[in-house]
Design a protein around this ligand. Structure first.
Ligand code: BG6
Length: 485
């Protein structure tokens, strides 16, 4: 369905995110007829270059070996629509006037200002937009994560942006909320009767959330080395996933109804302190090893110096409310792990009484496996009788909903979906100010505790599931990490 005509300015257009994700997302939505020809795409950054040079640069990222010949032909037409302007946020450069000239003079048109920039510049860009009267009535600002590097910096950024844009025009991206399978979490929970009555401490033993990547810090090492896995992944993606699993049913999918319920989860997270951090959190850093059959260097070697930055975090978290009393949420994420795999596993309670008299270990509790990527799908593990003669033998088998088998269409990338959601003004897929700040408060507690207790950084070999200490988080409670099945 086409969206209303809009103008978008991508700040940081020569950066990795814009070139790898945003320009391709706009291109694909345009190819599919969702973006009309009276929309304008303006690409801005500090570098000075002609639009034609930018178009060539963008082509090297959009056109890959996998691009169909049809899309290659469309690219030429799309690329011609990309206007480049050079703007320096920190100076009174002529760029701002060029930017204004590149936009539709119709002040009632929807405008998106996408800040694919380090958060330290968000304030000055907003001030520049205001000074040049570019914050028109229908202007929306899109902020990439991380919003700050702790609670205080996040607040300062939110204050600065808030001086220019109203909260309802601020779209804070967490691209995980744009993933098809993540959106399905709400549907799975609230459009089925089956789960909700047992979706609590009576029915659920524990929850595991894993976001594993096989890639290393790569080209983003200079950002990543200042950030680490806790700030880069847990503060946003993993906590958002935990919120969607743990939240109370909202009255509707109205953005504030959903976001208020997520906020309550974040506020109910039990603080991690120096007293419990070594029991509840494991931090690790990858060392050289083999990933996908290829030998890769360790993190320190990649960044070129010894570093205390974690590339793996495992956390045993608790949501201290009635629904989740005593149910641990185990979260883990890491780079250079065995495989790229993101999933949520909900382990239900064991049955109260075994009428079968199964041999030890044969009876296993139900498990819901929500595979976010790759091989998207949902599996519900059930006990079943092994068919055939020869007595009553039990099998643990999946009811299996593999997206690839059931749905025959390609679904758009998260950024494609989120950009269109901004144009439509659908805030429910974006983080509200108080959510971001509450997530930082909890994460700040972990960072402070690491400092106070001089917590250890464990090495792990690239291509593995992280440091062996991560298994202990669960083993202490006689549990283990599951992978998929
Ligand atoms: C980003 C992080 O937000 O998410 C990256 O900054 C990470 O470090 C990426 O690689 C993972 O996203 P995806 O969609 O590939 O799972």
């Amino acid at each position: 369905v086409p969206v209303e005509p809009f103008d978008i300015v991508v700040f940081g257009a020569t950066g990795d995110l814009a070139l790898r994700k945003l320009i391709p997302a706009l291109f694909h939505r345009w190819c599919d007829g969702q973006i009309s020809d009276d929309s304008r795409i303006v690409c801005a950054s500090r570098d000075s270059m002609e639009s034609s040079a930018f178009q060539e640069l963008a082509a090297t990222h959009v056109i890959t070996a996998k691009t169909t010949s049809e899309r290659k032909t469309s690219w030429a037409e799309f690329a011609a629509r990309l206007t480049y302007v050079s703007v320096d946020a920190d100076s009174e450069s002529a760029g701002w006037t060029d930017l204004a000239a590149a936009l539709d003079p119709d002040e009632s048109k929807i405008r998106l200002y996408y800040l694919a920039l380090p958060p330290s510049i968000y304030g000055s860009i907003c001030a520049g937009l205001a000074a040049h009267k570019l914050n028109t009535p229908n202007a929306r600002i899109v902020l990439e994560k991380p919003i700050g590097s702790n609670y205080h910096t996040a607040r300062a950024i939110n204050d600065k942006v808030g001086e220019v844009f109203r909260e309802n025009n601020i779209f804070r991206i967490d691209h995980y909320l744009g993933k098809e399978t993540v959106q399905n979490l709400l549907i799975l929970r609230f459009a089925n009767y089956l789960f909700e009555p047992i979706w609590n401490a009576n029915g659920i033993d524990h929850v595991q959330i894993t976001v594993a990547e096989s890639l290393g810090a790569g080209k983003r090492a200079s950002y990543y080395d200042r950030s680490g896995a806790l700030r880069d992944m847990v503060q946003n993606h993993l906590l958002q996933l935990a919120c969607l699993v743990a939240m109370e049913p909202p009255a509707s999918l109205d953005p504030d109804a959903v976001r208020t319920e997520k906020l309550k989860v974040l506020k109910a997270l039990r603080p991690i302190t120096a007293a419990n951090v070594s029991q509840d959190v494991v931090r690790g850093q990858y060392q050289s090893g083999a990933v996908d059959g290829e030998t890769v260097p360790g993190y320190a070697e990649e960044v070129g110096h010894a570093s205390q930055t974690e590339t793996f975090v495992g956390v045993r978290a608790h949501v201290d409310n009635w629904r989740w009393a005593g149910v641990p949420f185990y979260l883990r994420t890491g780079k250079r792990m065995a495989a790229r795999r993101s999933e949520i596993i909900v382990q239900f309670k064991p049955i109260p009484h075994d009428v079968v008299g199964a041999t030890e270990g044969a009876m296993r509790p139900n498990r819901l496996v929500i595979r976010l990527q790759p091989d998207e799908g949902v599996k519900l593990m059930l006990m079943t009788k092994d068919p055939g003669p020869g007595g009553l033998r039990l099998r643990y088998v999946p009811l299996n909903l593999a997206y690839a088998e059931h749905f025959d269409h390609d679904y758009p990338d998260a950024y494609e979906r989120l950009l269109m959601a901004v144009v439509r003004g659908n805030l429910s897929l974006f983080m509200r100010r108080d959510e971001v700040e509450a997530a930082w408060r909890w994460v700040d507690g972990i960072i402070q505790s690491w400092e106070d207790s001089q917590s250890k950084l464990y090495g792990y070999q690239a291509g593995t599931d992280g440091p062996t200490q991560s298994a202990l988080l669960l083993a202490r409670e006689e549990r283990e990490w599951f992978d998929g099945l």
